[in-house]
Design a protein around this ligand. Sequence first.
Ligand code: FAD
Length: 384
Amino acid sequence: MRAHAFDIVVIGAGIAGATAAAHLASEKRVALVEAEDAPGYHTTGRSTALWILNYGPADVRAMTALSRRFFETPPPGFWETPLMSRRPVVTLATAAQEAGFRKLLAEGRGMRELSSAETKERIPALRPGYAVAAAIEDDTFEIDVAALLQGFLRQLRASGGVLALRSRAGRIDRQGGGWHVEVSGGNVFTAPVVVNAAGAWGDEVASLAGVAPLGLQPKRRTALIIDPAPWKVADWPAMSDAVTSWYAKPEARSKLLVSPAEETDMTPHDAAPEDIDVAIAIDRMQQALDIEVRRVEHSWAGLRSFTPDRSLAIGWDPKVEGFFWSVGQGGYGIQTSPAQGRLVAALINEGELAEELSFAALVDPARFSRSPEKSTQAQNAERG
Ligand SMILES: Cc1cc2nc3c(=O)[nH]c(=O)nc-3n(C[C@H](O)[C@H](O)[C@H](O)COP(=O)(O)OP(=O)(O)OC[C@H]3O[C@@H](n4cnc5c(N)ncnc54)[C@H](O)[C@@H]3O)c2cc1C
């Protein structure tokens, strides 16, 4: 058994752990430990990779907006290719969804109603009669998730940080004012601070450290790829109905990604798609679009993990010293990741919080150990 001393051990090399480690490494000695053979193997490698401002509760919207500049202009040397590419999003309202759609449109920033002719022009396969109304968000984009993740890991290494793969944290003990994190393979990482960025396993990692869980709920979501030929979809927008019971997005220029947008409660594991969800996705998409599905080229599922009020949980555990949470990234962990990293570093380095990080109170994990008036946020979170 070999012991390695650091200032901070970050557990989990998905996007949450990678951005935290990258942002911390300029001032601290950081080890990022990951159970799997590769970073991003779980939820981070399975996302739809969209950046949508009008998505999720207030904390998510603040972090999404704050992250924008990073995607547009990453730090020098971050990655060789652009992190973002433009992809408008169109919301289609069926007759039954029209009232809710009007509310979305009134509240959404930068959403514009489309005429039926404009909608048909943008989505030529749209079936007549499916949508009674539609709106477009132009200021949305796709994120190159692989580049983003590798860019954060490059920043970590450039600052002298370490990424330890095949290193599942199995014992996490507090000894003499510091943490001992014993990982598979026998190494021990010691540090005064542990950052729990274990995604769906966030509550399990907390329990290993003797920290009370937050009540994280992993929820499965499925996606699949079809060939929509003869339609040429490269320039189509991403699209969903107004209650997000399905969505679709052009993928790899000639393919279409389709999702039934389900949220099935799961325990943490390596998620796989169920045939029934694949069938539901195709059925709902085909109610809207005149696209023949000859075969499903590829399908997968990932776990989107939510806190009880669907806002993120980023901050110190209120009871156990040196234990920091960055979990509950839900369906928005990629688009908020630059802001997450900044907040983690600001809170851990104990500097003043810049005004643009004033949403920190909304994501403070301590809210779950206070008395039960977290319901306002829960109500606000319905779009998440
Ligand atoms: C189908 C789908 C579509 C999505 N679309 C979008 C989107 O368009 N935009 C967006 O912003 N987000 C989207 N998301 C959500 C986004 O992917 C997640 O919010 C984000 O990836 C969560 O990152 P994470 O680092 O918290 O979790 P993960 O990527 O799962 O990382 C957690 C890591 O912790 C490791 N780990 C766990 N336990 C231990 C341990 N004991 N020791 C060491 N390591 C451990 C795991 O192996 C894992 O690698 C989508 C998700 C899905 C499934």
